[in-house]
Ligand binder design. Sequence first.
Ligand code: ATP
Ligand code: MG
Length: 362
Amino acid sequence: MAAARTLRIGLIPGDGIGREVIPAGRRILEALPASLGLKFSFVDLEAGWQTFQNTGAALPEKTVDTLKAECDGALFGAVSSPTTPTKGYSSPIVALRKRLDLYANVRPVKSVAPTPAFPDPIDLVIVRENTEDLYVKEEKTYDTPNGKVAEAIKRISERASFRIAKMAGEIAVRRQNVRNTTGDAVGKQAMVTITHKSNVLSQTDGLFRQAARAALEAPQFKNAGVKIDEQIVDSMVYKLFREPSTYDVVVAPNLYGDILSDGAAALVGSLGLVPSANVGDGFAIGEPCHGSAPDIQGKGIANPIATLRSVALMLEFLEQEEAAALIYKAVDGNLAEGKLLSPDMGGKATTDQVTEDVIRRL
Ligand code: ATP
Ligand code: MG
């Protein structure tokens, strides 16, 4: 067994139910079996709307500095945003992605059980480019003789498109390895679907498509049997909702990725189940997809599963696949048995009870 390794994890609960689910994330890390040879240390960090109201900064420099200097990874809960635009406030997670160059947003979507609409298991991952496209936010409005006109820049680079597709390829290989070791869905084709609209946007999406193909044609993916698939984004939406089980890894530029991610999450029920990770080279922040859920805040009934899965996802990118697999399996066990479920899943269990049940199954 390798020497015990200590990973230092930044905990950024944020607002609302973030403060209830991030502690569950910490608990599952502390409960991992010692036989993995892994130890964790934690540092509590501030960000969010409450932090902004207290300090005038939604993302204090100390949070960024500590993550950069000390941490191997982090968990981010959720942040509330002001209902009216507030001077000086901007989303701390968006800023963190920029400051740490977390260029990928990774969102796995997995069904709990077969349903009449989707009898085949849904198990796919959306890999969204996170640094460019329309999100460079270079917009302007000007007057013309025919009235106001507004424009936005859609910027796509070869470098960003290449690296996001490379990450998608790596995820496809890793998923195939997991299938082969667990015996689940062996024989499912490892595949990356490149999503774009290059029939209309031949330059921008054309470059994305070309660079993504170039990345995926590398021998490391070819030799691992990763199939390169392509889909125009509108037909992608159609197929994603009709035949979600046919997808493995989907890679997309920022805007399409944003839309596809939320849409795909709707396929599997509660927001409380869907994890994500913000990933760069050598750093990952796990983040549940849901928001701060003010309607259930303080009741102790938030579903912790999105967070527990985000912990596992973070661990995957920190090269701790074995630990990640244990968490995924324990979560699946809890859902399959269906006895201790939170209210959003039709159950009566509290955040703590669900967390304890998952820990018991580790
Ligand atoms: P925000 O502005 O922070 O996104 P929101 O009001 O949009 O807050 P969300 O967190 O996006 O709220 O949640 C949308 C709905 O899903 C809410 O009714 C919320 O209670 C429910 N929900 C979200 N996350 C969970 C969870 N982990 N467990 C249970 N219910 C959840
Ligand atoms: Mg929301």
